[in-house]
Ligand binder design. Structure first.
Ligand code: HEC
Length: 144
């Protein structure tokens, strides 16, 4: 009897755990917890247009393509700066030598598909293949 109660409690604890973790994980994956998304939500409703700022250029600044450096900083750095889980370290020639010998196209394809501990697209959910390509080029340039 005691065992059954214990097991039920354990199950309940799991369900509670999941009830908290799943929405948080979802929010994280969908990007609604990202600093940018939060900043976006905290923005005042109306924004004053200061004379001289190019209002027409503003939308592209918000939704426009990210630079390779931004993509690297936001998505790849967390693993590639320290070599987490065996990731080739940024700027480390020895780590990259054998990888680069596979050719850029192969590296881009692997980064897109994911490989072992590396998730597809390096977790950059909204990255296009071109985004991944220029970011891989940026990482390769750092060891040239
Ligand atoms: C969660 C950690 C993680 C993130 C985030 C991550 N990587 Fe990786 N990456 C790895 C690991 C680990 C490897 C080595 C995989 C292996 O060969 O076992 C790797 C390998 C690579 C390789 C070499 C692939 C090959 O064919 O040898 C490239 C290129 C690469 N990553 C690019 C990126 C780019 C670009 C991003 C960001 C958009 C990124 N990574 C984000 C962990 C990560």
């Amino acid at each position: 009897m005691d065992l059954i109660i214990k097991l039920t409690k354990l199950k309940l604890a799991w369900v509670l755990c999941l009830a908290v973790l799943v929405p948080v994980a979802y929010a994280k994956l969908s990007g609604s917890l990202s600093v940018d998304a939060i900043k976006e939500r905290l923005k005042p409703m109306g924004q004053v247009n200061v004379i001289g700022t190019d209002a027409a250029a503003a939308p592209t600044a918000i939704s426009g393509a990210k630079t390779p450096i931004q993509i690297y900083e936001q998505n790849c750095k967390m693993c590639h700066a320290t070599g987490l889980a065996g990731a080739p370290k940024f700027g480390n020639k020895a780590d990259w030598a054998t990888r680069i010998s596979q050719g850029l196209d192969t590296l881009v394809q692997t980064a897109w598909d994911g490989i072992r501990a590396m998730p597809p697209k390096g977790n950059c959910i909204d990255c296009t293949k071109e985004d991944i390509k220029v970011t891989v080029e940026y990482m390769i340039d750092a060891v040239k």
